[in-house]
Design a protein around this ligand. Structure first.
Ligand code: XIL
Length: 312
């Protein structure tokens, strides 16, 4: 995949989320990650709960290992994520000085990886289309209002001026309230001069309703491009329920749009093998056995790999 994607008239990245456990324990997993992908997103190891388990106590060993693996295999690191409302240590939830906590975290973590990661998801999943302002009223919003988002991007830019800064969101590849709210938000951020460079559209396809037409995704890529933003498919997985032909078509359809749209920099999946599953397996969704990724449990390529190769 990565070789073909690099050979396109306009090369694109092919990314995967990588987990540190399997990377250490499973040589075959390691081999496919390094051979097939040119971009690596730490699946969990850079999240606040892991990098700052106690206030002021940082733990970078796993994340550093992933960064070293990426460097050794000539992969770009898409770092994930500085500000989110999940994967937080409990102390962070109860801290009374949220703004200081957020800014310290960004400064220290983005500073630690400065020069070694290409990109950051600065703010993850800020949208809630059911609220009047279109934003999730999470702990950061409660403390700082909508301004937490601009503050986070400014702090990330200051900490690592060379990193490309993304906002990452789910469910906005399709039309509807989530997309409308996301577009409104990033348009305002751009107009306000906030240092945001791109938007990640996660593209999780857990249920049938998530199998969104590539043309809708294309329309959204273009709308974001018109605001001067880059776009990436950041976390694609497709629960197949055994229908690997449908799954192959879904992966290939989004990949083809990314290949053709100049603003789209990377096509990324949320993991690559059913051996270690994807978010779809977390039990949150009624989706049956883990089958959402392009390689099966034995690490054999499924139809999705063939269909993606055919688009490159
Ligand atoms: C998920 C991981 O895949 C799981 O291992 C973990 O238990 C929970 O988080 N959107 C995101 C990712 O931005 O960070 C999430 O990752 C999946 C949804």
């Amino acid at each position: 995949l990565r070789a073909k994607a690099a050979g396109l008239a306009r090369p694109i990245g092919v990314g995967t989320a990588v987990a540190s456990g399997p990377l250490v324990s499973d040589a075959a997993y390691r081999a496919i990650a390094g051979r097939e992908f040119s971009a690596l997103t730490p699946e969990n190891d850079m999240k606040p709960q892991f990098v700052q388990p106690r206030r002021g106590v940082y733990a970078f060993a796993e994340a550093d290992m992933l960064v070293d693996f990426a460097r050794a295999n000539d992969m770009a690191v898409h770092a994930h994520t500085l500000v989110w409302f999940e994967a937080l240590p409990t102390w962070m939830r109860s801290a009374s000085d949220k703004k200081t906590v957020m800014l310290d975290h960004i400064k220290t973590v983005a500073g630690h990886f400065k020069g070694r990661v290409a990109e950051w998801d600065v703010v993850n999943e800020p949208i809630n289309e059911d609220n009047p302002d279109g934003l999730e009223h999470n702990l950061w919003h409660q403390a700082m209002g909508a301004d937490y988002i601009s503050q986070a991007f400014k702090a990330a830019r200051a900490a690592d001026p060379g990193a490309v800064l993304y906002l990452n969101e789910y469910g906005a590849e399709q039309d509807g309230g989530r997309w409308d709210a996301l577009y409104k938000l990033v348009k305002k951020l751009r107009a306000d001069g906030v240092p945001i460079d791109g938007v990640g559209l996660q593209n999780h396809e857990y249920e049938k309703a998530d199998r969104t037409p590539p043309e809708t995704f294309r329309k959204h890529v273009r709308a974001l491009a018109a605001l001067g933003l880059k776009v990436r498919v950041s976390e694609m997985d497709v629960v197949s329920g055994g229908d690997t032909t449908m799954q192959a078509k879904e992966f290939a359809g989004k990949l083809a749009v990314c290949r053709d749209e100049p603003a789209c920099t990377t096509f990324g999946a949320w993991g690559f093998t059913d051996r270690f599953g994807s978010t779809a397996d977390a039990g949150k969704y009624p989706v049956g056995p883990g089958d959402a990724l392009p390689w099966d449990k034995s690490l054999n390529p499924k139809k999705a790999v063939t269909s993606m190769l055919a688009e490159l």
